[in-house]
Design a binder for this molecule. Sequence first.
Ligand code: HEM
Length: 185
Amino acid sequence: MTALKRCKACGLIINESKIKDLCPACGVPKITFEPYTERVSLNRKRLLDLHMHPIMVHIPQALISLLPLMVAGHILLPERYGIAFLHTATVLSALLPVSAAATVVSGMLDGRIRFKKITTPYLKQKMLIGGIMLLMTVGMAAIAVTSGFVGFYVPLYLGLNALCLLCQYLLGTIGVQLMFSVLPG
Ligand code: HEM
């Protein structure tokens, strides 16, 4: 097993055998590297390196950003294009709570691996905000599937979408802080 080294300038952790003259991340001379001992067991490291949650979060983020455009397209474009936007918005809205649920579950799994429990203050906040967001995505899916985006359902739907965007901002702000913290062992 080749030794690990850490760049004191940028924090990059890399196998000693892969270091050439410069740090491949920040370009400082290789003299800047120091020995590094992995603090997390191999199994936990392998699971964290799957990046389940950081990958998963992008799906509800993309849907929540795209859906208002789909609804606008349905309302503003000529009927033969608007109908395509309507169907797309309906299908994507139905997928939204599924992706949000998978994001919440993957976050709880990653949180459990990182901190060996999920009852920490930040993780509890994330479960609360994530749960509220999940409920709102179910509401959006119900509106999309039942209403066909007519009348006051449109502002209600867009209002829920805006609140989901706020939840994602809060979840991301906490999440980014958790990215670089882990309990050893
Ligand atoms: C829909 C709900 C959620 C969203 C949108 C969300 C969003 C995010 C984002 C944007 C990050 C930073 C990832 C990056 O920068 O690549 C993150 C990280 C993280 N989140 Fe969430 N989160 C959600 C729910 C949860 C829940 C319920 C938990 C746990 C109880 C959680 C635990 C974590 C952890 C531990 C990290 C650090 C990276 C990791 O180990 O995966 N998240 N989250």
